[in-house]
Design a protein around this ligand. Structure first.
Ligand code: NAD
Ligand code: GLY
Length: 364
């Protein structure tokens, strides 16, 4: 097992990464405050891992569960309300602990429920997708989607513990694994060029779920994320670089209907769109762009924006982005491979070129 710390003063917490962790009570117990534990999972993950977690906790705690429908389309206030119903029906009090057992959708909703139930209760993340192990379980962003915008309703609420049990990845479908890899590649692009090169040289082991390769990818990703979050917990500055590709990607997710493109897939195409614009601005070389495209394609990630999305449609969604300031669109672009910046310094004409519908990005 490897352990990292998210350094946030008296709200600091560990991230444990390794196999078999769900069965290790000694890792979980120190982070449970009272006796009441509510496990939140979904109809796909619960049959796989709920009993294992309940067995770990059953002797020591009053354990209840709420099983939500699976999918990005259910990342809604209605689903969060089902968590509140279960907490109230079981008379859970302020010293209860919520445990998210699932991917980023379950983690984001459980965190939001924890942030608001009785004005805030204890919460633990047990992420079971690659994406949630490398990104969403760390850093305290919680919330739900709105029909008009992705992740528009939410709160910052840090967990007490992140337990990334790498064994759970063995049941993850290939498409979901690739979606997680998109966020892994993101760290290379925004701040860790050596990691980007390591990924270029580790494609096959990652695709075949080699445990050592996956553990290293999770560790390096969490190290990068924890470092950024410790510098800028509430996204006043550098944390926004973690959203590379997301402004384009969220537009795709919202326009296509939540769940049609996986979040990581939309981010993959969005990152190449950011690369394309960065090249037009004279920051990235065509060689950099072609390396990015090649790596995304090696993991079977999509690199072409939807054919039915015009520049105007993109812009309409992009103006709802949380980085917009006083109506002014700001984007995460790359000054060089491995160095991201949040900026409004780009030519409108270049952005329009990047947004041309269904365009094969990268005449690099
Ligand atoms: P997800 O939660 O929908 O999980 C993907 C699919 O895999 C689901 O069908 C799920 O049931 C299934 N699954 C989960 N674990 C499994 C396992 N071990 N074996 C088999 N199937 C399993 O999607 P995700 O990619 O984990 O997360 C995406 C969400 O995370 C998006 O809503 C995105 O906005 C959010 N996100 C949040 C942050 C943050 O900082 N809070 C960061 C990145 C992404
Ligand atoms: N996923 C972006 C962030 O946590 O800030």
């Amino acid at each position: 097992m490897q352990t990292l710390n998210v350094d946030l003063g008296d709200r600091s917490y560990p991230i444990h990464i390794g196999g078999g962790l769900i069965s290790d009570l000694s890792l979980i117990a120190p982070h449970i405050r009272g006796r009441q534990v509510m496990i939140v999972s979904n109809t796909t993950v619960a049959p796989l891992y709920l009993e294992q977690l309940k067995t770990t906790l059953a002797d020591q705690y009053q354990v209840a569960e709420v099983i939500l429908p699976d999918g990005e389309a259910y990342k809604t206030l209605d689903s969060v309300n089902l968590i509140f119903d279960a907490l109230l029906e079981n008379r859970f009090n302020r010293t209860c602990t919520l445990i998210a057992l699932g991917g980023g959708v379950i983690g984001d909703m459980t965190g939001f429920a924890a942030a608001s139930y009785q004005r805030g209760v204890n919460f633990i993340q047990i992420p079971t997708t690659l994406l949630s192990q490398v990104d969403s379980s760390v850093g305290g962003k919680t919330g739900v989607n709105h029909p008009l915008g992705k992740n528009m309703i939410g709160a910052f609420w840090q967990p007490q513990l992140v337990l990334a049990d790498t064994d759970t990845l063995q049941t993850l479908p290939e498409r979901e694994l690739a979606a997680g890899i998109a966020e892994v590649i993101k760290y290379g692009l925004i701040r860790d060029p050596e990691f980007f090169s390591w990924l270029e040289n580790t494609i096959e082991p990652l695709k075949t779920k080699d445990t050592a390769a996956l553990s290293e990818a999770i560790y390096r990703s969490c190290q990068n994320k924890a470092d950024v979050v410790a510098q800028d917990e509430l996204e006043g500055g550098v944390r926004a670089t973690l959203n590379l590709g997301h402004t384009f990607g969220h537009a795709i997710e919202t326009e296509q209907g939540y769940g049609q493109w996986l979040h990581g897939e939309a981010v993959a195409t969005g990152m190449l769109m950011a690369a394309d614009l960065s090249q037009r601005e004279g920051w990235l070389t065509s060689e950099d762009c072609s390396r990015i495209k090649k790596l995304l394609e090696a993991f079977d990630l999509p690199v072409i924006p939807p054919a039915d999305m015009s520049a105007d449609t993109f812009i309409g969604h992009m103006l709802v982005d949380k980085k917009v300031l006083d109506g002014n669109l700001r984007l995460v672009l790359m000054e060089s491979l491995g160095q991201a910046v949040v900026t409004d310094r780009f030519a409108e004409a270049n952005l329009q070129q990047t947004l041309i519908a269904g365009k094969k990005l990268g005449d690099f």
